[in-house]
Write a protein that binds this ligand. Structure first.
Ligand code: ADP
Ligand code: MG
Length: 729
């Protein structure tokens, strides 16, 4: 199989121009008949690694997948691209299942999705002999390991498959990065001689942000109202919270559903379906929601409660932005969540397990409170080093926290800890330290005579939480050390003592508890005509509903954004858009081309049509943005404000210069400032001024002709708007 034909097949069937990192290498290895293990993060495109080879191979590729709900989805997507794939599971009626088995026997399919429990049934295994099986793909391979998060015992027997199929290559895929799970997969599937692919776990399109939790429901509503068209997942710890939050969101006009393991299975499925089909924009869920949720256009994941470990946080946030477009991950952090979980730890009977859980909580809290780049923290957890100075995709890198000189307060706090220790020869926790500093006269203070200490009350100028917070920062910097005891006491480290002696300056970042703005700039988006995008989204929904599949089976958001940016006019232009293969062009091309054509017709202002086209229909409906500016002009204005030239905007939006200039004129008429020197020269301005003096017609044609076409319609229009010469129309 040559590389060229693999690339051709990628374009023809899936509509993609190029491979994502490691995809090609993985496909080559498996096509050479080698076993392979691929550890790639969510959204990296693992499915394609077995789907594309299955198309070029002779015979049947079996895909083992743990989730029945996911199979139909994947097969729907493949069929929409014209691939002969099928699945077998308990949701099928007996006759349908028999029919599929017959067709498998006749070699009619290239791919079969099946759960391990069914595959390993003796009856099923014995059929394999007659099916010309040429490869086995084990998706979500971490299910093989007890150390993973979704252990499925039947996965451990998968190596037996080769007793029935001969020596076919196995490709195991997972997004779980921990070493232990990886080793387990290799051992259980006997992949010792396999080629191993390990990708970076960085998700460049995800933006990580942590803010102090203060009224989670209002914060979630607030966040969601900034992106009402986007799909999002809100993770909550308890089932009750998911339902309460979903109800609050609904009361505020959002389409939200709840999802947790305690729901009636029918309701659970209904809610999940509504989310997948873009009918409910938001799902408020416990961690039960997630694995196998293949929805590519989840635009944000909010953690309304702190996750219990970093691995979980990574997996859950990882469900955002599978399509590679920018997505947001927002964690609402509160110290009291941490305290609450610590209390629950007592319920864990096994001491070792309890310690591990506690450690994981500490790591998670540290991640949230830390003032360093979030990517460094996250990737560091998986043993990966992030070497770039600024990740441009987390709150700290996008908006570095202000540094301040904390020397005096640090000295006060460290001395306080030392003095308490000297006075009583025992250690106390940060709460007590803060009480002493703020001059409290509590019962404990008086019992231990801490009000007699010289440092009692020297920190009165700040409230107690300030001192507790500062103490935590000093713990992170190693100036204080936490005791191993259950009272969470602290002592001053050698480093802290040195610091006091040297009177060294200490610069600290403002704590994450200091609130700041919620919205940070997004990078990497595909700018497009948002009005058209919404129109095409609606069309996609209609087509998807008619076929009873989720919208992304028709086209992804990435594809719709390209449509709304490039305005394809014909089949060839359509095929140039990522995500449009032969089959989808055939099925949906006309519908989308028509919608795009109609849209362009409607949104180009009539007076900018070519002069001879007197027969153009007046636009029946010009979409307006909130400020009265049409969406399309808004789009142009946004690009203009980003510093794009008219020529660049023309290229991005696929419009003529007069159209773009018309948008700018419209923006000026709505009070926007456009720098005139970026459009026309002083000489041109004088000429226009003279020509337009006393002129009050709507049509600029006579003026244009009077100037003998030296100055374009667009410039005239912009000048007229800027000089407020626009006649009332
Ligand atoms: P994973 O299983 O690794 O989480 P998926 O296989 O679900 O990822 O793929 C995520 C998304 O990326 C899908 O929408 C898929 O169509 C898209 N994708 C995969 N490979 C490519 C590629 N080479 N070019 C563009 N998009 C791709
Ligand atoms: Mg996958």
């Amino acid at each position: 199989m040559s590389l060229q034909s693999l690339t051709r097949c990628l374009k023809q069937t899936f509509g993609y121009d190029s491979f994502r990192p490691l995809q090609r290498e993985i496909m080559e290895a498996t096509l050479q008949g080698r076993d392979a293990l691929a550890v790639l993060p969510t959204g990296a495109g693992k499915s394609l690694c077995y789907q594309l080879p299955a198309l070029v191979r002779d015979g049947l590729t079996i895909v083992v997948s743990p989730l029945i709900a996911l199979m139909k989805d994947q097969v729907d997507q493949l069929q929409a691209s014209g691939v002969n794939a099928t699945f077998l599971n308990s949701t099928l009626e007996a006759t349908e299942a028999r029919n599929r088995l017959d067709r498998l026997g006749r070699g009619e399919f290239q791919m079969l999705y099946v759960a391990p429990e069914r595959l390993m049934l003796p009856d099923f295994l014995s059929r394999l002999k007659g099916w010309k099986v040429c490869a086995l793909a084990v998706d979500e391979a971490h299910c093989i390991s007890e150390w993973g998060h979704d252990f499925r015992p039947e996965y451990r027997r998968l190596r037996e498959v080769r007793q029935w199929t001969g020596n076919i290559p196995i490709l195991a895929l997972t997004a779980t990065a921990t070493e232990r799970v990886r080793e387990d997969i290799v051992k259980q599937l006997e992949l010792e001689n396999s080629v191993k692919f390990l990708a970076s776990f960085n998700r460049p399109n995800l933006k990580y942000q942590v803010i102090p939790k203060a009224g989670a429901a209002a914060q979630v509503c607030n966040f969601a109202s900034g992106r009402p068209e986007d799909s999002g997942i809100v993770y909550c710890q308890s089932r009750k919270t998911t339902e309460a939050l979903a109800a609050t969101l609904r009361a505020n006009g959002f389409s939200a559903v709840a999802y947790h393991a305690g729901l009636d299975p029918a309701d659970r499925e209904k809610n999940q379906d509504a989310f997948l089909r873009d009918e409910a924009k938001i799902v408020c869920a416990t961690v039960a929601f997630g694995m196998g949720i293949n929805k590519p256009n989840v635009r944000y994941v909010i953690h309304a409660d702190m996750p219990k470990n970093i691995e979980g946080y990574y997996q859950e946030t990882g469900r955002a932005g599978r399509d590679g477009l920018p997505a947001d991950c927002l964690l609402l952090f509160s110290r009291s969540d941490f305290m609450k979980y610590v209390r629950f730890l007592d319920d864990i009977p096994d001491e070792h397990a309890r310690k591990v859980a506690h450690q994981q909580l500490d790591q998670m809290t540290h991640f949230a409170e830390n003032d360093a780049c979030r990517r460094v923290g996250l990737l560091g957890y998986f043993g990966e080093t992030w070497t770039h100075e600024n990740c441009s995709g987390c709150d700290h890198c996008l908006e570095p926290r202000e540094k301040w000189d904390a020397t005096v307060d640090v000295q006060k706090l460290l001395s306080c800890v030392l003095r308490i220790r000297q006075a009583g020869n025992f250690n106390v926790g940060l709460n007590h330290v803060s009480e002493v500093l703020t001059g409290s006269m509590s019962e404990k203070i008086r019992r231990w005579k801490h009000e007699e200490l010289k440092i009692h009350g020297i920190g009165k100028d700040q409230p107690r939480p300030y001192w507790v917070d500062l103490g935590r920062q000093l713990l992170r910097y190693g100036l204080l050390v936490a005791g191993e005891d259950q009272f969470q006491t602290v002592t001053v480290s050698q480093q802290g003592i040195d610091l006091l002696k040297n009177r060294a300056t200490v610069m600290l970042s403002r704590s994450i508890m200091a609130p700041r703005s919620q919205s940070l700039a997004r990078t990497g988006d595909i700018p497009c005509d948002s009005g058209l995008f919404e129109r095409l989204r609606a069309l996609r929904k209609e087509l998807a509903d008619a076929r009873n599949v989720p919208p992304y089976v028709v086209f992804s958001d990435v594809t719709l954004r390209h449509f709304s940016r490039d305005y394809p006019r014909d089949d060839q232009a359509l095929l140039n858009i990522p995500g449009v293969g032969e089959k989808k062009r055939e099925d949906y091309g006309t519908a989308f081309l028509t919608a795009i054509r109609e849209w362009v017709k409607q949104s180009v202002p009539k007076e900018f049509e070519p002069l001879d086209s007197a027969n153009v229909q007046p636009s029946p409906r010009k979409p307006k943005a909130a400020n009265g500016l049409s969406d399309t002009a808004h789009e142009t204005l946004a690009l203009w404000k980003l510093g794009k030239t008219i020529a660049e905007i023309m290229a991005i939006r696929g419009f003529k210069d007069t159209t773009i200039e018309g948008h700018l004129a419209e923006a000026i008429a709505h009070g926007e400032f456009i720098e005139p020197r970026a459009i026309y020269s002083v000489a041109e301005e004088r000429e226009m001024q003279a020509a337009l003096a006393g002129y009050d017609e709507v049509s600029l044609k006579p003026v244009y002709e009077q100037l003998e076409g030296r100055i374009s319609y667009g410039k005239l229009k912009i000048y007229r708007a800027a000089a407020k010469l626009t006649p009332a129309t």
